[in-house]
Design a binder for this molecule. Structure first.
Ligand code: TYM
Length: 334
């Protein structure tokens, strides 16, 4: 059976990359009728310092984004990662399955730890092992994510295979498929077509935040870096034009079109025409999401109800799996 699972870190402001690369995709998969498990990765968030006074609000904000984007708590199980104890339990066991050499290759750790590896938390290093636990605990078959999570998904597959093999339980953990699809799996910065849109970019003009108002969104798109040429008549014409390529991809993802269709519509036109069309589309697509997020955050009772019920439902799936794992590993059980 299909089981879709994904998560977003509770580490502050969501941007258009998260929306197009992840959130919008979760809703599409939900609407195909497969069971969807989505959580707020608060345990991953604390691998770098999070102010305890803000973490709860950040968790609710991601939950609000899930609901506002169109996830239906009747169909999707929405929960905080830390509220389901099995995540931490399975992560420990996987820490003993994963090899140091595998983690040493993780590029995200290298990027995030920067020049100060020895001052990074141990949690930041073992972050992808917790991610593998998140996924395999639900025996997920499909994991929709942006391009930047590809390596973590490969590690998850390696951990599943090694666990099944080491303990002689073939097929116990299904080897999950990453779902990295659609026109916007890697949304780039609006200021630099070679850098990923990211919340850690010091320039706020580099990204569109889900909390930006209409004027801010329009002005960021207007200021977006481009080259002086009009849009090409063919998709190949976007090669070597990273900024143009990015704006076309964003338009396509927001409109639910392919990039070919966007080029068919705007090929030959300059950015003077394309940017205002993109700004209108971005504002009209994001405004309802933003407004609904604000409404939910203003009265968190509804969010809290969803998270509590979600955590209970998630635990019903996760607890028996971790129990079986303990038995497989040989832990004493009553
Ligand atoms: P996080 O919180 O950094 O990002 C959430 C999702 O947004 C995607 N994303 C992007 N997609 C397109 N363009 C971008 N510029 C862009 N930036 C971010 C990410 O790929 C991700 O899908 N490790 C995960 C959270 C996680 C998780 C999991 C995901 C924890 N456990 C289990 C899947 C399954 C992360 O840091 O995502």
């Amino acid at each position: 059976p299909r089981r879709i699972l994904s998560g977003i870190q509770a580490s502050g402001a969501l941007h258009l990359g998260n929306y197009l690369g992840a959130l919008k995709r979760f809703v599409e998969l939900q609407d195909q009728g497969a069971p969807v498990y989505v959580f707020v990765a608060d345990m991953h968030a604390i691998t770098v310092w999070q102010d305890p006074a803000k973490l709860t609000a950040q968790t609710r904000e991601i939950a609000a984004a899930y609901l506002a984007s169109g996830l239906d708590p009747e169909k999707a199980t929405i929960f905080p990662q830390s509220a389901v104890r099995a995540h931490a339990e399975l992560a420990w066991i996987f820490n003993c399955v994963a090899r140091l050499g595998w983690l040493d290759r993780m590029t995200q750790f290298k990027e995030k730890s920067g020049k100060h590896k020895e001052r990074s938390s141990v949690g930041l290093y073992t972050y992808p092992v917790l991610q593998a636990a998140d996924i395999l605990l639900y025996k997920a078959t499909e994991v929709p994510v942006g391009e930047d999570q590809k390596q973590h998904l490969e590690l998850t597959r390696d951990i599943a295979a090694k666990f099944n093999n080491d303990f002689g339980v073939p097929g116990f953990f299904p080897v999950p498929e990453p779902i990295i699809q659609g026109p916007a799996t890697r949304v780039m910065s609006l200021r630099d077509g070679a850098a990923k849109m990211s919340k850690s970019d010091p320039s706020d003009n580099s990204r569109i935040n889900l909390t930006d108002d209409a004027d801010t969104i329009a002005s960021k798109i207007k200021k977006a870096k481009t080259d002086p040429e009009p849009l090409p008549e063919t998709l190949e014409g976007l090669n070597e034009r990273p900024e143009a390529k990015n704006l076309v991809a964003i338009y396509a993802a927001l409109a639910g079109l392919t990039r070919e269709q966007v080029i068919a519509q705007f090929g030959g036109q300059g950015f003077g025409a394309f940017k205002p069309a993109l700004a209108d589309l971005a504002v009209s697509s994001l405004a309802p999401v933003t407004a609904e997020m604000r409404r939910l955050i203003d009265d968190p009772a509804e969010i809290d109800r969803v998270l509590k019920a979600g955590a209970e439902r998630a635990a019903e799936v996760a607890d028996p799996v971790v129990d079986e794992v303990k038995k497989i590993v040989g832990f004493w059980r009553a």
